[in-house]
Design a protein. Structure first.
Lengths: 83, 56
């Protein structure tokens, strides 16, 4: 697995952790322990997304920090099988 | 929004109704890759379907 693929997979894993924490917090909105976990992994995911955008391409449009070329438009499309 | 009561006294509950016990946040899997493959970050919710019966 290339570094890019590994990073992409890790982002998917952290995103999954956030989804599961969101489901829990939806029914336990005052659970501060769970919120701490959520804040922790949310920060990590943002860092990973920013790093991936800087090294490879932005995974969401808002991460397209472009000056010379429009990186969001140059990114591979989902059906192109890159990631 | 109402706060939730976690102290459940099932003796006081009307019969013939279905109840779901509250989940309590205790821990998540140390190995998140394993959690990803299992489909939950909560060890207590890891209930693989065996095709016969639920796993305790």
């Amino acid at each position: 697995m290339s570094h890019k693929e590994q990073m992409f997979r890790d982002i998917g894993i952290v995103d999954f952790v956030l989804v599961d924490l969101i489901l829990y917090l939806d029914t336990h909105p005052f659970d501060v322990d769970a919120m701490e976990y959520f804040n922790h992994y949310s920060k990590i995911k943002n860092q990973m997304m920013a790093e991936f955008a800087q090294k490879y391409f932005p995974l969401t449009g808002d991460l397209a920090e472009s000056s010379k070329e429009w990186s969001w438009g140059m990114a591979p499309l989902p059906w192109e099988g890159v990631c | 929004m109402q706060d939730y009561r976690f102290d459940e006294h099932f003796d006081n509950y009307p019969i013939a109704m279905a109840y779901i016990p509250w989940q309590h946040f205790e821990q998540i899997f140390d190995n998140l890759e394993e959690a990803y493959e299992i489909g939950t970050i909560f060890p207590e919710l890891n209930k693989p379907f065996t095709g016969r019966r639920c796993v305790e």
